[in-house]
Design a protein around this ligand. Structure first.
Ligand code: R5P
Length: 294
């Protein structure tokens, strides 16, 4: 297999190459003055090619990514896979108002038409049970929980795992169970894209523990911020905040640092807060993609 790193994904791609025994397929990209993309493959495209591209900021990446996928196929790739540790466009999974786009379906259709397989980490499946409901390519979902649990075990004394909302309960419980730590879930009310309220149950009995908030996506950071402030005010301890996908739109990262939180994320999206390595988790997912027989 050859791995082609989309700009910004070079570090993870290099680690994945080492883990998978894959070689590098160099890529050249730039923008024309009018905003269109120039894409050039600078190597042999024969055999199986995987493009490593986390899909944060998907609108600016998607067109050139599809151009790249079509180019490697035209240049001789037998199969083209996508390793997208963060998979975008899963939020809008139904129509909430008449006329709204269910963009998750459209995005899935577009990627499925250009790639043979997809490996991703903890996709935000809320009302879908599986990617197969909307993706027609072969997909493999990897989970960050083992890597997060291992990190907490080494770095945090007496952790209390905290999920900021009911959706997070299942996987926060999974992390906690792996390290034999207690876990609780907060109650979240979302009033808008950037307006979130979080209530903390009585946690006096965990007074001697270190609160560890864990969420799949830190997007505007408002969920983490509201939960961190509450915990600071009611528990007298600012939590460690762990996220799988470090989107940090706008001033989210600075806001969390400013409340005194320690912020640690997985390297699914490249960010200065990356402290938990998912290389092995993702490599294991890629190894499970069925090999194509001639
Ligand atoms: C929601 O269901 C997710 O698990 C995250 O809690 C959410 O995406 C975080 O978004 P934000 O950082 O914008 O509050």
């Amino acid at each position: 297999m050859r791995l082609c790193a989309w700009p910004g994904n070079e570090t993870l791609a290099a680690k994945l190459r080492a883990a998978l025994g894959a070689s590098e397929l160099p890529l050249e990209t730039r923008r024309f003055p009018d905003g269109e993309s120039y894409v050039r493959i600078a190597g042999d495209c024969g055999g199986e090619i995987a493009i490593v591209c986390s899909l944060d900021h998907p609108d600016e990446k998607t067109v050139p990514l599809l151009v790249l996928a079509d180019t490697v196929r035209a240049e001789g790739a037998t199969r083209v896979g996508l390793i997208a540790p963060y998979l975008a466009y899963l939020r809008q999974d139904r129509q909430f108002k008449p006329g709204e786009a269910v963009s998750s379906r459209t995005f899935a259709k577009i990627l499925s038409a250009h790639f043979d397989w997809l490996v991703t980490v903890d996709p935000h499946l809320h009302r879908y049970n599986s990617l197969d409901e909307i993706y027609s390519l072969k997909s493999r979902v990897c989970h960050a929980a083992p890597a997060i649990a291992a990190w907490i075990k080494v770095n945090i004394e007496k952790p209390l795992l905290i999920g900021p909302d009911s959706e997070s309960a299942q996987w926060v419980g999974d992390i906690a169970a792996r390290i034999n730590a207690p876990s609780i879930t907060l109650e979240k009310t979302r009033r808008g894209d950037r307006e979130v309220e979080v209530s903390v149950p009585h946690i006096e009995k965990w007074q001697n523990h270190t609160p560890v908030l864990a969420d799949d996506i830190i997007s505007t950071g408002k969920t983490m911020l509201a939960a961190a402030k509450r915990l600071r005010d009611e528990h007298a301890k600012t939590p460690v905040c762990i996220g799988v996908h470090a989107i940090f739109a706008g001033p989210a990262y600075a806001e969390l640092i400013n409340v005194g939180a320690r912020v640690v994320t997985c390297n699914a999206i490249t960010h200065p807060s990356n402290g938990i390595d998912l290389t092995e988790v993702i490599a294991a997912g890629v190894r499970l993609i069925p090999v194509e027989r001639p």
